[in-house]
Ligand binder design. Sequence first.
Ligand code: BGC
Length: 774
Amino acid sequence: MKTKIALCLAVVMGFLSLPVPARVNVSKPSHVNNSGFDRRVDDLLAQMTIEEKVGQLNQLFYFKQFMQPEMVEPGIREGKIGSLLFVTDPVIINRLQKVAVEKSRLKIPLLFGFDVIHGFHTIFPVPLAMASSWDPALVEQMQSIAASEARAVGIRWTFAPMVDIARDPRWGRIVEGAGEDPFLASRMAAAHVRGFQGADPSSPGRVLACMKHFAGYGAATGGRDYDSAFIADTELYNVYLPPFKAAVDAGVGSAMSAYMTLNDVPATGNAFLLRDVLRTEWGFKGFVVSDADAVGDLVTHGFAEDKADAAYRALTAGLDMEMSLPGQSPKGHAYATSLTKLVQEGRVSKEQLDAAVRRILEAKFKLGLFDNPYADESLVATIHNNPEHRRLARIAAQRSMVLLRNEGNILPLVKGDAKVSSMAVIGPLADSKRDMRGSWSLADDMQSAVSVLEGIRTKVGAAVKVEYAQGADIARAYPSIFDVFNKPRPAPWSETQKREEFDKAVSLARSSDVVVMVLGEHEEMSGENATQSTLDLPGRQLELLKAVSELGKPLVLVLINGRPLDISWAATHVPAILEAWHPGAEGGNAIADILYGDATPGGKLPVTWPRSAGQIPIYYAHNNTKEPEFAKDFKSRYFDFPSSPLYPFGYGLSYSTFKFSNLRVSKPELKPGESTEVLVDVENTGRRTGDEVAQLYIHQRYGGASRPVRELKGFERLTLAAGEKKTVRFTLGKAELIYWSAASKGWVQDPAVFDVWAGSDATAVLTTTFRVVK
Ligand code: BGC
């Protein structure tokens, strides 16, 4: 994006020189008083010039860092811009909107979009953390707050949720999604969409959602962002597409095409994806926007001959709106510069153009923009500073953390413990407000985030002397595309400083009664354009951890990061490990709550956690090989290393213990299309209230295709008091038992015996079976 921004900066005024559409004076457009959308859209279409239609398909970035309203106002007035993204100031939004609805010929409002990914003013845990909560209702609540805060400033459209399945943690964008599993990710996708849009995206506090990146972006070769994805049809239908389908079923209003090529055809010009799957198979009625400059990328990919050909291919494949960086960047504005001519020459038909424009206008009508285009600036502060938002951010952070290890029940720490008068809080993430937030935190007040150090200090008060040492510094070797939005990080330490700070941290630990180390990654180390070649803890963090651990003090490791990292050493040497991800603005308080038992951890991993990068790709729902890993004498697939993960999918501890028993099916034999209930008892066998996520996995033993050894097909997060027992009910029916078969090139349900497991992660042992008969 940095290069892209530099390019636009050089030529930012460029589109002002585009040809001006013929002016017709219309004082009050006839659509204003109509009530039905169709009529109103028809009316407008009938009045629009080709250029004005093309304008509706043109979306531009607006970077406050180097743009002023004057730069886009002429284009808006002339009907050349249909949508802007990245404007977050309500005053500017209203100012630009006023130009559109009062000064442009047809008075068509602008649609303002932004990446409201995990909060706007109030930052919530990153989406991977949200998924770790296994609590779709909570995700829905968070996104409804995020929507209300964005909507308050006039943003009516979010580029979320990202529903890309990610099975390679080197890919930095794993942080933006729900992890590796299609079932969990589908439940999350629907929850995000409901949260953003509510029952009606035009209702107060709601925005239009945009599922992205359609499709297969998470399968980037080698985890390298933007790299080609090669996905067999079986994997596409059974793994990568279901979360998109779930978002469509939840009513998502828009979709974003992905940057990369899928099986050699760029997603942005991919008629199979955009037309056959999305519209024909799924009946999607919303509109599709490209990712930034992705239409122009059709040339870069060696797919389109030139920009005009790119515009032709994208539009005819089903891509409605083009997202471009401002100015005349070589890749951007393919629609703005070529579509008019393509229509005039008859290469693109008027019907094809109208179909795309219709979908954009429909969205604007559905959002109520024609009737209610402005933000109420007087309400912004009240909406943003609603204390409920911070309260939920804290609960959400607590519920999304995953306790990975707790040897000897070192956690929770005890407030007022007479043996503890001093605590060392150590590590490059310990005193960072910025890194609590995570990727795409671009419109909040960073200073309002609570660091771990602050959270712990507030929690323990004056009773414990809490001291801090950074101990190690970490940095990307190559810049981030987001650097332009942030103050630069402090310069890297010199070798001498590195040694001194390291020693300072170790001696602080030596003189303290308890040590909390906060290690992991900066926020810009995951997210877009943030691929890591290894999963190592950046910098000298592991060395520092080892040195501190050798002191033999009670030691807790808190991880702040956007991807699973290689913590194999810690997993056998550090007694307590808490995965906090980037927990959001209330992260520091929530971590302190968990450390001191004011909240009980209950999050579960939405990804299989590898022991090292060498195991990638690793995911639980793989097919059996001739040496099944569940067999008694199975050792490893490697001769030098275990092939089991460090932590399985679905894993996470609590401060209590749980027992699963009495797994049964209501109907041991069913016909295709019928359902059975699966019941299991879950009991809190510990001494305190705690959360457990009951998980249901199945395996089809045989049939028309080899099916995964296990597949998640149900889950429920429970809070149980000590000694409490609850029966959890799941339903398994056609939706859970069908799969897309390469043999028949379609969805099938095989007659077969199915294994069922219920338990607390993907290695659950409690099992039964049922059978589907012809
Ligand atoms: C990202 C999208 C994002 C868009 C707008 C792109 O670079 O891939 O996910 O929505 O920028 O910010």
